[in-house]
Design a protein around this ligand. Structure first.
Ligand code: CA
Length: 736
């Protein structure tokens, strides 16, 4: 009988060619399950190919071990690239020489170990001269966002990771790392190229890097890893998009699109950063290159429309620690930064982080022939210490800087698009800036051509409208038939909910006229992982709520949210949440994280608890519960607890937020309940950006702002305080 296996073998032998046909022992084996896989991979010889049958492989822990040769590698391949799905608790580890893995998709699950793809089987069996190509890891996350793992870990030497599609890491842990933790993994000459590193959402914690090369322990060792022609698309995990922690790496020809954070030379010396393109499109916190350590060359890079400052400036040069311990900040020395274009970049910052500990100023740094153009000819240089060790030579700009006395020539510079789509001076005699023939990598050259690169961001109001009539549990009934992006339109009348509204996908609830909701449980809404809620124009009373302490109008499920959620409330009313003590509006949970909480034109009245209880990450590890909190034109009256109780503790400097905007609100009798231990109407601990303007306070507890690490920004303007103490503002509490 001619079996499917026989046909596949025949075809493969023909297509893989001559070598395999000649080698009598080497074979192509199609395997259907793990038993067959284990048998087939027991003793692999050069030229062997193992082919995974199309379909879903559940809980498959694939180990590929063997020694191929340059001419006859050992190959693990999908029957059809993109049609072999590794799901559940699956992973892959490879060890030996000349191995190739191609065409696998990891999704719908997470690794049972600490890595999804590992270039070693154990500490004795590493991979060399091996390649992982055209594989996908998409949203393959442990449901607990605080559970740490790494998707790809490279060990050994001379390995290549290329044309892979890596997207949607949401839990703690760097997406991909190169380890140098044994001699066999040092001076490794790996290549990481042509990969698509797709969106990684803001983590709200350290450990959200997309790529890390080395660790501080081995950072004085050279890695010789080349990171070239990769696309970093919205890699927003934390302040370090790439964290270089070793020496002699080359980072070349990559594109960073709308990625929050910067390419950081965190540890190690002698790295080369060239011909990379950073396009921020004005998105907040998009940065360029942050420089620490010695002997780097930064040349021919192009940056445009980057909004980041401080650690995320276009170029950030840090101050170091004298005789720094290996894990702190070594002095920046002998670095050249030349022929880079910085077009409409918000800031270039020098001697950043200068303080009692970081007192070693940059030494023997040359900035030469850079083109620096700022919007409206504003001076974008900032310094935090003397910059006598930084020399400017033949740089061109369209603005004057009071900080730089020579080497920065100021003229009016007109720009036009070059054939590569980037901006260059119309005056061809201007020699400064990135080369005119700089090649711009296209997104299509990265990842695979069979896996789509499309945005999976949460959006409201993209689905259908569902009319809802008043009555008992009518909203929950409507919700059970709704789908992502749908809009429940409430007709006027009284809605009673005895059931909690479980929000498991993005949904909007909208009322044009008088729609009133009362609820009987401990909460009206519960937001689960994957949920997002928009509420407009409803009136909610807590009069019938359960007589229990600690109710909340909206609770975030206690297992947290792996996917960041959004909450939007407008033109609504929430009253009489007072049946028992500590009745909150929003109760976050540990391990939950909101991208945005936006509340406007809404009345809150008679709460025994707090409005926003975003204070559930108490370990002082730099974690917090929400990135953007925006409160505008609301009225808060008789709120026993805190209007916004926000906590971000610890000295970690890896994250962006919390950002808090409190504007044009009326606050009457807030924060006065004796159970409110903070004695405040706003308790803002460790916020990084705060604007509190145009608010009126009457008979309320004071606003308390406790600034922590970093360079937090706080602005207080045009607030009125009537029978209310002034703002208590303690600045920059640096903890050592
Ligand atoms: Ca970090």
């Amino acid at each position: 009988m001619i079996t499917r296996k026989y046909i596949v073998q025949l075809i493969c032998c023909l297509t893989l060619g001559f070598f395999l046909a000649q080698e009598s022992k080497a074979s192509v084996t199609l395997v259907q399950n793990m038993d067959q896989y284990k048998t087939a991979t027991k003793s692999l010889i050069p030229g062997d190919t193992i082919m995974l049958a199309n379909g879903i492989w559940k809980d498959a822990e694939l180990i590929l071990q063997g020694n191929g040769t340059l001419e006859k590698p050992i190959v693990l391949i999908a029957e059809t690239p993109g049609e072999v799905f590794l799901e559940g608790k699956s992973n892959l580890s490879i060890g030996g020489n000349y191995l190739i893995v191609k065409g696998l998709v990891f999704r719908n699950g997470f690794t049972p170990s600490s890595e999804v793809i590992s270039f070693r089987i154990d500490s004795e069996n590493l991979a060399f001269h091996s390649r992982v190509t055209e594989c996908v890891i998409d949203d393959y996350n442990n449901p607990d966002r605080n559970a740490q793992d790494t998707w790809i870990m490279m060990y050994g030497r001379n390995n290549r990771f290329d044309h892979n599609h890596i997207e949607g890491k949401r839990n703690v842990g760097v997406t991909m790392a190169v380890r140098l933790n044994s001699e066999q993994s040092q001076e490794n000459y790996h290549s990481i190229d042509h990969n698509y590193f797709g969106p990684r959402p803001v983590l709200g914690s350290n450990g959200g890097e997309t790529l890390r090369i080395g660790t501080s322990t081995y950072s004085l060792t050279n890695s010789y890893t080349e990171i070239s022609n990769n696309y970093f698309d919205k890699c927003n995990g934390e302040t370090e998009i790439i964290s270089i922690k070793s020496g002699k790496n080359v980072i070349k020809g990559n594109v960073f699109l709308e990625s929050k954070g910067s390419l950081t030379l965190r540890h190690g010396n002698g790295n080369i950063i060239e011909k990379n393109i950073f396009l921020g499109n004005g998105v907040a916190e998009t940065g360029g290159i942050r420089v620490i350590n010695a002997e780097h060359q930064i040349k021919d890079n192009y940056m445009q429309d980057l909004s980041g400052e401080d650690f995320r400036a276009g170029i950030t040069i840090m101050n170091g620690v004298p005789n720094s311990p290996i894990n702190r900040y070594h002095q920046v020395k002998n670095v050249t930064i030349s022929n880079n274009s910085l077009i409409n970049v918000a800031s270039v910052e020098l001697a950043v982080g200068s303080d009692g500990e970081r007192s070693a100023r940059p030494e023997n740094i040359t900035l030469e022939k850079n083109l620096i153009i700022s919007e409206n000819a504003a001076d974008i240089f900032k310094t935090y210490d003397k910059i006598d060790g930084i020399h400017f030579v033949d740089n061109q700009s369209n603005f004057q800087s009071t900080l730089i006395d020579k080497g920065l020539e100021t003229t009016e510079i007109k720009l036009e698009k070059g054939s590569n789509g980037l901006l260059y001076p119309t005056d061809l005699s201007i020699q400064a800036g990135a080369p005119r023939d700089l090649r711009v990598l296209s997104i299509d050259e990265t990842g695979t051509n069979w896996y789509v690169k499309k945005s999976k961001e949460i959006v409201f109001d993209v689905g259908k409208k569902i009319k809802v009539s008043p009555g008992l549990n009518q909203i929950s009934d409507a919700l059970s038939g709704a789908q992502t992006g749908d809009i429940l339109e409430l007709e006027p009348g009284m809605y009673e909910q005895t059931k909690v509204l479980d929000i498991t996908f993005p949904v909007s609830i909208v009322a044009g006229q008088d729609a009133r909701i009362s609820f009987e449980g401990n909460s009206l809404f519960e937001i689960y992982n994957g949920g997002a809620l928009s509420v407009t124009g409803v009136k909610v009373t807590g009069k019938n709520a359960a007589d229990a302490a600690g109710n909340a109008v909206i609770k975030i499920n206690r297992s947290g949210t792996l996917r960041n959620y959004k909450l939007k409330i407008e033109k609504s009313e929430f009253t009489d949440m007072s049946v028992n003590h500590s009745f909150n509006f929003l109760e976050a949970s540990s391990g939950s994280f909101a991208d945005t909480i936006e509340i406007s034109n809404t009345n809150f009245k008679n709460f025994t608890g707090s409005i926003l209880a975003l204070n559930k990450e108490k370990e002082d590890l730099g974690k917090y519960n929400a990135e953007y909190i925006l409160l505008t034109e609301n009225r808060f009256e008789s709120i026993g607890g805190v209007i916004a109780d926000i906590y971000r503790g610890g000295t970690d400097e890896s994250t962006f937020g919390p950002y808090v905007l409190v504007q044009n609100n009326q606050i009457i009798d807030a924060g006065n309940n004796s159970r409110n231990k903070t004695d405040s109407s706003f308790y803002l601990y460790g916020t990084q950006w705060l604007v509190l303007t145009g608010n009126s306070f009457l008979n309320s507890a004071p606003v308390k702002v406790i600034e922590m690490v970093g360079t937090p920004y706080s602005l207080f303007e045009k607030n009125q305080f009537d029978q209310t103490k002034q703002i208590i503002h303690s600045k920059n509490q640096v903890i050592k």
